[in-house]
Design a protein around this ligand. Sequence first.
Ligand SMILES: [Zn+2]
Length: 160
Amino acid sequence: MNTPAQTQGGAPETQTGVPLHPRRAPARSRGGEGMSAKCAMCLERKKDWNRSDPVCFLEDGPNWNCATLNAIRDICYEGQNPMPIGVDYQYCEDQKYATIKIQDVELNNGNYIGLALWVSWYKSRGKTDCVWVLNDDSPPRKPTEEELLAIINYYNPPTQ
Ligand SMILES: [Zn+2]
C-alpha cells in the first residue's frame, strides 16, 4: 500500500492548539430523536481550553473547532514541510485552500469516495469554510462523517 509521508512524531495537536484525541472512533450513524448532532471525534474529545464551545460540522451554523474537521485540516496544515504526498496546498491572501487526493481512500463497504477533497479556511482560526468532495462525474458535494474519518485514517493510519 502506498501511504503518504507522515508528519513528525509527538503528541497529536491541531494547528489551532486544541489537542485531538488520538484514537479514531468509529463513525456512528446519525438519525433518531435525541441523537446529538456532534461527530464521534467531537463527542470523544474533552474540552480543555477556555474559549468558546466547539461547533461541530454536523450542527447548524458555522463550524468551529470541530474535532473531525481539525483532523482534516491537520492533513493539509500549511506548516508541514514537506506536505504529505497527495496534498496540494495554496495560499491566497490569507484564504488558504488545499486539495487532498482521495481516489484511493476506501470505505468499509468497499466503495470509494471520489477524486479529491477540497478544503478552504481563513488564516489559522478554528473555522473551516468549505469542505467538498470532488468527483469526475458529479457536482461537488459535502462529505459524510464516515468519509471524513476514512480520509483521516488513510493519511494517519492508527499506530498499533
Ligand atoms: Zn465535530
